[in-house]
Design a binder for this molecule. Structure first.
Ligand code: SF4
Ligand SMILES: [Zn+2]
Length: 304
């Protein structure tokens, strides 16, 4: 069973959040250049197995919030049928959770989805992987398959009944470190009106992806943790960041000496939103400064 309890912000407090990964067939789009979730998804996913997994998790663990990931879209009925979703909602309400967090691509947000959510007694937050507000970067460097306008329309519908979380992706391939920071700062400004909260995702190298091919040829370096710190310090909207594989070679990293501390500070910031948590210094910050303008090709070799 893939379920665990972690801390999450809720109405200004820090509370327990049960995170569950449901074994669905995976994302129907399955074409983003950095993602291998679908190939990790079980081939034998059935609605019964999905429900059994959810029920097992909520019987064993609890929290005020439940976060449900599917490695795809919660509202995609090819992954989770409507009837299954309703059983999940019923169970969650019975168990007394106060908030449910799910993820979805914008094409699955319809009038019917809004109606489904409106019938619930718990607060709902829907995360959408916008990645960037730049349509060219999203299409050409990420292959996301939807536009900023698609996100805006889904967000407008959702916000009648739910909170919207926009995921932004730091450092799509082919951008310099500096360009990727600027892209996020601009995106933060652009999504402000359409999202209640932003989650900053730092690129990690998944196996068997186009981004991995670049990485293996020395043409891509995952973002520096210093870049994330810079963005979090400059942001004036609520923003969270959980550096997955932080401090590992295939994940966002600095010099490997300061990484553990910087990851801890980023997580602490995500819970508290206090900018004074960033205290760690390290000599590698000079190498990060030098690498800001390096092209991917030379930057990957010299500044890793
Ligand atoms: S939409 Fe999400 S789950 Fe689907 S391929 Fe893209 S990143 Fe992966
Ligand atoms: Zn360092």
């Amino acid at each position: 069973m893939r379920a665990w309890v972690e801390k999450e912000r809720f109405d200004g407090d820090i509370v327990d959040c049960l995170t569950v990964i449901l074994p669905t067939r995976g994302c129907s789009w399955d074409s983003c250049y950095m993602c291998s979730y679908s190939s990790d998804s079980p081939r034998d996913a059935t609605q019964e197995k999905i429900l059994a997994e959810l029920f097992r998790a909520v019987e064993r663990k609890s929290g005020q919030i439940i976060k449900i990931f599917t490695s795809g879209s919660f509202f995609d009925s090819r992954e989770i049928e409507k009837e299954t979703r309703q059983k999940i909602f019923k169970k969650i309400q019975e168990k007394g959770f106060r908030k449910i967090i799910v993820e979805s691509r914008p094409e699955f947000i319809t009038e019917e989805t809004v109606k489904e959510i409106s019938l619930l007694d718990v607060e709902v937050e829907v995360g959408i992987g916008l990645e960037t507000s730049n349509d060219v970067y999203r299409a050409e460097l990420i292959n996301k398959g939807f536009t900023f306008q698609d996100f805006v329309e889904a967000s407008k519908m959702l916000r009648e009944v739910a909170r919207v979380k926009a995921y932004l992706l730091l450092k799509p391939p082919l951008l310099t470190e500096k360009e990727s920071i600027e892209d996020i700062l601009k995106s933060l400004n652009d999504v402000k009106r359409f999202a209640d909260i932003v989650s900053l995702n730092l690129m990690t190298i998944h196996s068997k992806t186009p981004v991995e091919s670049l990485y293996l040829r020395g043409l891509y370096r995952p973002p520096w943790l210093w870049s994330a710190v810079e963005i979090l310090k400059k942001s004036d909207t609520e923003i969270i960041c959980d550096p997955v594989a932080g401090g590992k070679k295939r994940g966002p990293h600095n010099c490997f000496r300061c990484d553990r501390d910087v990851v801890r500070e980023i997580r602490e910031f995500s819970l508290t939103q206090k900018k004074n948590v960033f205290e760690r210094e390290c000599e590698c910050i000079e190498r990060w400064r030098l690498s800001l303008n390096a092209e991917q090709l030379t930057g990957s070799f010299i500044f890793s």
